[in-house]
Design a protein around this ligand. Structure first.
Ligand SMILES: C[S@@+](CC[C@H](N)C(=O)[O-])C[C@H]1O[C@@H](n2cnc3c(N)ncnc32)[C@H](O)[C@@H]1O
Length: 237
């Protein structure tokens, strides 16, 4: 049988995909590594079908490797004898813990089949919440900005893990970026904030993203007016 990595979306339970919901309903056991993902899951299935997996709060690579091996040993027999699911917020393949589990299963339990059910990533939830249009052909880089880091370089970046917005902001503005922040977007718990003022979100909250764009970036956007004049406008999504 199969282990399904299911993306739950940004945190509101009606942003779980139809397929994700079906997989959760059909799975014999659903593993949920965090409190927020568990609250989304329990909107779809009874709590008694949620399995237990412990993850230490550590960055120590050896401790983490051991934790993932233990997790894989717990999950493997359940996914061999039936169907199991492991959920992540957003998408399981975007900056996610699911990759650790999949690689550990591949190495130690290759008999387990693994499938992924994509979810709405915080990246697209964010661009929607901000009304940012990522134009066709535009480059968009994903980076991490934990502990006040300010990665720079690309013209447009989505930054994950903005845990010290004022410090991150300073570095980005010094390098010529306009920055907007989004906190707890499309989430059931906590207050949603979208702001360009880093002081408004100075208090640490892991569920914070930033969108940084080089000030004065040239945008060449066709409009219906140009279309009517016969200029070339692509119709593809
Ligand atoms: C480890 S990454 C997980 C990304 C996830 N797999 C995805 O596809 O969205 C965690 C980071 O995603 C961002 N994030 C996830 N959900 C969010 C939300 N609903 N609102 C704001 N930021 C969010 C935060 O920057 C957080 O630090």
């Amino acid at each position: 049988m199969t282990l399904y990595g299911v993306g739950l979306g940004p945190g509101e339970s009606d942003l779980v995909t139809v397929r994700g919901k079906r997989v959760l309903e059909d799975a014999d056991v659903v593993y949920s590594p965090g409190r927020l993902s568990k609250s989304v899951v329990t909107d779809h299935i009874p709590e008694r079908r949620i399995g237990d997996l412990d993850f230490p709060m550590t960055r120590d690579p050896e401790e983490l490797r051991t934790a993932w091996r233990d997790a894989a040993s717990e999950v493997a027999p359940r996914a061999r004898d039936g169907d199991a699911a492991f959920v992540t917020l957003g998408d399981p393949n975007v900056y996610s813990t699911f990759g650790h589990l999949r690689r550990t299963l591949d190495a130690f339990h290759p008999e387990v089949d693994v499938e992924t059910v994509p979810g709405v990533s915080a990246v697209s939830a964010f661009t929607t919440a901000l009304g940012v249009e990522v134009d066709a052909g535009a480059g968009l880089a994903l980076r991490e900005a934990s502990q006040g880091k300010s990665p720079t370089g690309p013209d447009r970046m989505v930054l994950f893990k903005v845990t010290d917005a004022p410090a991150t902001h300073e570095g980005l503005v010094d390098d010529g970026y306009d920055v907007t922040y989004g906190r707890r977007l499309f989430m059931e718990q906590g207050d949603t904030t979208v702001t360009s003022d880093p002081e408004e979100i100075a208090e640490r909250d892991y569920y914070t993203l930033a969108y940084a764009e080089r000030a004065g970036l040239q945008k060449d956007r066709p409009t219906a007016f140009e279309d009517a004049r016969g200029d070339e406008v692509a119709g593809d999504d």
